[in-house]
Design a protein around this ligand. Sequence first.
Ligand code: ZN
Ligand code: ZN
Ligand code: FE
Length: 756
Amino acid sequence: MRVRQRLLVTGVVQGVGFRPFVYATACELALTGEVSNDSDGVIIEVEGSEPAVREFAHRVAHDPPPLAVVESLRTEAIPPRGGTGFRIAGTSRRPGGRTLASPDVAICADCVRELKDPVNRRYRHPFITCTNCGPRFTIIRELPYDRAATTMAEFPMCAACSAEYRDPGDRRFHAQPIACPACGPTLEFTDGPNRLNGEAALQRARTLIAHGAIVAVKGLGGFHLACDARNEAAVARLRDRKRRRAKPFAVMVRDGTTAGEIAVVRSDALRMLQCSQSPIVLLPKNPAGRLARGVAPGIPDLGVMLAYTPLHHLLLGLPGDNVGPDVLVMTSGNLGGEPIAFRNEDALQRLAGIADAWLLHDRPILVPCDDSVVRIVDGAEMPIRRSRGYAPLPLALPVPIPATLAVGADVKNTCAVGEGRYVWLSQHVGDMDDIATLDAFTNTESHLQNLTGVRPEQVFADAHPGYRSTAWARRNAGTRPLRLVQHHHAHIAATMAEHGLGGEETVIGLAFDGTGYGTDGAVWGGEVLIGGYKDVQRFGHLKYVPLPGGDISVERPYRMALAHLFAAGLPWDADLPPVAACPAAERRILAHQLETGLGCAATSSMGRLFDAVAALSGVRQVVDYEAEAAIELEGLARGCPGTPQYRFSIAAGIADPAPLLQAVISDIRAGVPAGEIGARCHRAVADLALHWAEAARSASGLAVVVLTGGVFQNGLLLSLTRNALSARGFRALTHHRVPPNDGGIALGQLLVGAMQ
Ligand code: ZN
Ligand code: ZN
Ligand code: FE
């Protein structure tokens, strides 16, 4: 008996090869009917034998294309209509509906093969894509996803491309961004006076890079600054021009084999490197790697990514090309903390003082999207920056919420919109310290609304009175209610949410980070909070020390060391590295500030304690980026035994680092190496976490511990802490979907605000 069924599929089902999959499956099962995109998702009608229709629905639900996420599938029996064949209908549009946009996808193996194949018509085509790969989020203006709604709209397909687009048997069937050398975008090279196009543009850029030049290369989500990572002078010039003394540069290589020559790549890391998101993966350097020292100075890790667009493969050279650099520095095309450049004119202007030349193309990038960064801790993925390849994939919320905007925090900002059981986190916006970033924030927020259809009825922000994100929320909330969320409460809620904890669940939250505004006006950051989304109680914290002059003390860890010595009642002896590093005049002012409290805020920051220890042990006195000193200390500490470990003295939940600091000083004087001192500190902090957890368990009966905050990006500390907790029967929850740093704050804000 013939039956007809209508299926409504929602989730990530547009731009991921879903319609071609539906077509192929229907054909295989000899079903007739049609499939169309709709702003609610994908609508399918199939007609045929009853078992075949059943099998079809089963495959849609359980065996969709690799990049698709089927969120829901509704089926409905409708009267059979007869007819022959299966067709892909046009797009229909209904107001109020929602589909999910796909993130950008790294070039697939089939396209790489064609790129290298001299007889393929897309041989060496820098814009080769198919239904399984290529740009999505960064070129989609609005949904439903069709070529006309992307920045490829201005490139009409040639006859050959449109034949592939219409051929159900082709890999490019209904792939929206496809093109070829005849109809697609073209490369352009310029160094000011000279202009070249196409292959000549590419070759000139490669030659320049091989000779030590810095070339701005237009990528998927913005410009990179590229240079030869083995050329010390080129890397030094890039640092100099970018005004970036030490912050590590990421590098790009063509494949896992080359990655293995410059870094230690285990199988879990290789999988991460090769996944369709293609993030930067932080890996231990291979000492035999022969990279320029300036690529990632002072730290043991290296950020590595694989070529993820056809242009990247061409830049690194295909078989038969002149041999060029096999490892490229690929750092964001921006100056200092500015947002990444993504428009040609903007890049030509803003990168003029940095780049020697530009490799451009004429496919517009609609929204910027920085590379994502992940690290692997104990075999599991931990996001450091969730951006290209991930945004705007939604996360599921454990509890439904009304349409809401959360603006995040001021550092490593991301914002989020949520509605019902979905939350969409934006791509990385950056540090909210200049006008350009605020503009980028505004654009990000409105684009996120466009793509998701969420029209926020309320706005949540950090409780910090000085945050620019909070000020933005005040300016833009209009008549909508604005709710303020305490920073560390948001960190803890973010961890709970990504683990799917429900609305009534409570945990022991350990939030260790650099800075967050506390409910008492102090700068928090070494916090034990017990509770859930609705509210938390402060159970313990690091003892307050005076933070003299705010940001200056973040940039100069020697000041934090002196503040900690002062608070511990320890003398500023001239043989201690931070005392020696502090100019006499500054030391006098500092002493006055600390004694009077003038210009000092009280802080319980764990990040600042790590800074102080790094300075005390002589690792680093002045930093180029937040936590540089602590990251170096972690690097030195890896592999050191760390025994005997140091101790905090703890009374009524408040941990005083004085005994630890005293022990550090004795060890320095006894000639104990900085790495060993670092290891003893790491073990002491892990032990403190365990102590706090035990005390909180006795008081509350809870056994679930959340580890969150920027300090837990420290792989050594995270691993030590989690192992200590597990050994004592705790369930330790850490971050796998959103970063432990402030890039994950917006998710927590949504839940805390919504549940209050
Ligand atoms: Zn492909
Ligand atoms: Zn074409
Ligand atoms: Fe934080």
